[in-house]
Design a protein around this ligand. Sequence first.
Ligand code: AHG
Ligand code: MN
Ligand code: MN
Ligand code: MN
Length: 337
Amino acid sequence: SGEELPSTDIITLTRHVLADQFELGHAATGDLTLLLTAIQVTSKFIATNVRKARLINLVGLAGETNVQGEEQKKLDVLSNDIMINSLRASGKTAVLVSEELEEAVIIEDKYKGKYCVVFDPLDGSSNIDAGVNIGTIFGIYQVAPGSSGTISDVLRPGSQMVAAGYTMYGSSANLVLTTGRGVNGYTLDAALGEFILTHPDIKIPSRGKIYSFNEGNSMYFHQPVLNYLNSIKYPTNGKSPYSARYIGSMVADVHRTLLYGGIFGYPDDKKSKRGKLRLLYEAFPMAFLTEQAGGIATTGRMRILDIVPTSIHERCPVFLGSKDDVQDLIKFYAEDA
Ligand code: AHG
Ligand code: MN
Ligand code: MN
Ligand code: MN
């Protein structure tokens, strides 16, 4: 008595994406849905292994260095491998770009499909061994008309992505996705093995109270960034200063920014001339999500999604978040012109 029956009308990610396509009146081919199913499987696999990492000796280094010169963690390698295998087997992909692989993977004819996926299999590697939130980031292009799937299909501005998202592995696994019609968040129901819609139509507050930068790099920062940070830490108009929150996993820092508002930044500086974050599989997907949630994503001087990549692992400065906060930062860059 009084006990509530479980809902029999749950909205899974797959159902939600299909519903979206019905609404667009598209005779949905189901291709994107199947590709997203493959991505969901990789996220479930990685989530499970992140949880078991300390028990089955998955913490620590794999013994190799990636193209970025970073030491690969065991989970970096495992996550990369599951994504390559699963995306290839989906039969929906043509080109894959991973942070952990120097070259793009061109899918053989037998498995070739029409999508290109760029991804950071495991974001926040430095946080793995401490059990702090980490994630997976992905962006999806369609091969250009007439192309058989080459590297030029991914050397295109982020504004041409058809979908992007991330999964955050934290107290629960959260998959946040855009297909260009807003942003939705899904939480993994471990018993069902399904991502369930829990955060429909995420919108970033137009102003926040949090800034998220690695201020330990302040001695290298350029003047506009220093001036901006100063303005929010020492407000002159009787307002309260902003709170600092920096996890060091882009996925987690961006996730909080989408939900609570504020600004996340990883600038270029005197040491990291082009910044640290990678354009294709970190900056573009997060910029796409941010704009779809009503926020702004900029290098300080231009819209991130308008950048035309010239190589698959290039880096770019990133500032993203609440519209008003990012506008304030852009003003300091404009003054610096
Ligand atoms: P990855 O673990 O995929 O190499 O990415 C690390 C990135 C990103 O997650 C984070 O925002 C940033 O590095 C943190 O860098 P710092 O440690 O320099 O602050
Ligand atoms: Mn890395
Ligand atoms: Mn990363
Ligand atoms: Mn990574």
